[in-house]
Design a protein around this ligand. Sequence first.
Ligand SMILES: C[S@@+](CC[C@H](N)C(=O)[O-])C[C@H]1O[C@@H](n2cnc3c(N)ncnc32)[C@H](O)[C@@H]1O
Length: 269
Amino acid sequence: MPYGFFSSLKNLLKHGPGALQNLAATAAGIARGRTWDFPPDTMGAAAAPESGAANPLRKFFDARQTGRGIWKWIHYFDIYHRHFQKFVGQEVHLVEVGIFSGGSLDMWKDYFGPKCHVYGVDIEPACKAYEDARTHVFIGDQGNRDFWREFKKQVPRVDILVDDGGHKAHQQIATLEEILPHLRPGGVYLCEDVVGLHNRFAAYVAGLADNLNDMSHKNGEILAVDANGMQRMIHSIHTYPFVTVIEKHLAPVAELSAPRHGTEWQPFL
Ligand SMILES: C[S@@+](CC[C@H](N)C(=O)[O-])C[C@H]1O[C@@H](n2cnc3c(N)ncnc32)[C@H](O)[C@@H]1O
């Protein structure tokens, strides 16, 4: 069911009791996180180094001193590289919502290589200027589901979607709901600029993630459950400062199970 006031109300009535109970835990987490000051030893030398200038995307960005503009938060480059590097050199079909001055489209083509197909989406007709042999530009409003329905007819394969468009929650949710089911197995959805405390899109994603913990579909085995729709298709949901990433499984997962291996067991469980 698409996101909207009445469907939200209906869902609140349907799932309300559990969701409302959790509000207290959510509020406790918000309060704890606001004042949490980690001791330096957990953040110091042992922490994984950031890839910095060794990251080809960062390199491209740093080298872009003239020409078509790119506008990204610096910490995004590590997130891209972590989730996108498996596609480098492969045939990959990437959609970026939000073209602005065209430089990020150049960056994707450089990073993924000659087998990369780029599809830019923007509400501003001037962005049509960035179309070339490897780059298709679609002019439309990412919050309009009819736009996405037409887009999907014209672009049957999408491996990666980067949402750097209008940054309003309703636009981000419409884009996610229309594109996530359309993404290929192993595909990656990445939404940028999820900013502000109590962000409505982040709250929506937390609700989606809740379904990954579902254990209600018992299938008769001890500690095994049939996967629900989300668990079947979604590998993981990641939250970074200002960024949400959702990865799809390479193949649908039918069951989640926790078998025991070994012969020696403590008696207490
Ligand atoms: C932050 S800029 C994109 C920056 C670009 N990706 C880069 O890295 O340099 C945001 C772009 O989103 C476009 N935009 C705003 N609202 C939109 C909407 N509803 N649908 C599609 N594009 C939109 C704007 O026209 C603008 O070009």
